[in-house]
Design a binder for this molecule. Structure first.
Ligand code: 13P
Length: 252
């Protein structure tokens, strides 16, 4: 059965001791009966320690990886290195990396392949900026991002990918997409997947929502049939809020 997915993207927040404390608080609030996959993505310097410390249901994600293999690439870390530290997941294509660090569709395509080749599972982000939403070309925008990233992959490769729809205008702004807007885009993505891959692959693909998701709107978002979970930024930095969001997903 398809498992829902909930991931906390901690971005560049918290020093080591504080971050470990937050992970422990989250862990102690989650029972082993949770059916969803629960993931946290702490800052890169802590990944190895977190992967060793994580107990129970929590899985660890990196917030990115390099597009290259090993070699003379100062400061980069490869997908294989992440796997060797016990990291199971990597976020690829987050809008903050696309916009702030020059990650083009081509770079994202390479990173995605590097991650899959190393056996990592991927949280692949897509989503439109405000001006694109206002010009009503958001479906084309998202389709184009996904086409660049996914074209040429096999149906089975898609099983290792969770698609995260994160409209940029909703990230960190407090302005969430309405449940209807999220559902509409997720259904569009699933339909597009069924055309590019096949219906059963599309049906089995987890599509999660990110952008100002919090305990007060999680129920509505997760009630949508094509919303299979969430990628949570700010609210994942507070254990009680993150646990409440996981609980909302469990109760959907
Ligand atoms: P917020 O939940 O803070 O809006 O961030 C969403 C996000 O960017 C998760 O990757």
């Amino acid at each position: 059965m398809m498992k829902n997915v909930i991931a906390g993207n901690w971005k560049s927040n918290k020093l080591m001791a504080e971050a470990l404390r937050l992970m422990k608080e989250i862990e102690s609030g989650l029972t082993s009966e949770i059916s969803a996959e629960v993931i946290i993505a702490p800052p890169a310097p802590y990944l190895s320690a977190f992967a060793s410390e994580a107990k129970g249901v929590l899985q660890i994600a990196s917030q990115q990886c390099s597009a290259t293999g090993s070699g003379a690439f100062t400061g980069e870390f490869t997908a294989a290195m992440l796997g060797s530290c016990g990291v199971k997941w990597v976020i690829i294509g987050h809008s903050e990396r696309r916009e702030g660090y020059g990650e083009t569709d081509n770079v994202i395509r390479k990173k995605l392949r590097a991650a899959l080749d190393s056996g990592l599972q991927v949280l692949l982000c897509c989503g439109e900026p405000l001006e694109v939403r206002e010009s009503e070309t958001h479906f084309d925008w998202v389709q184009n991002q996904l086409m660049h990233a996914l074209s040429g992959l096999s149906n089975s490769a898609l099983e290792s990918i969770v698609i995260a729809y994160e409209p940029i205008w909703a990230i960190g702004t407090g302005k969430t997409a309405s449940a209807g807007q999220a559902q509409e885009m997720h259904a569009f993505i699933r339909n597009w997947l069924s055309i590019c891959f096949d219906r059963s692959t599309a049906r089995g693909c987890r599509i999660i929502y990110g952008g100002s998701c919090k305990p007060s709107n999680a129920d509505d978002l997760f009630a949508q049939p094509d919303v299979n979970g969430g990628l949570i930024g700010g609210a994942s930095l507070n254990a009680a809020d993150f646990i409440a969001i996981v609980t909302a997903l469990e109760n959907r």
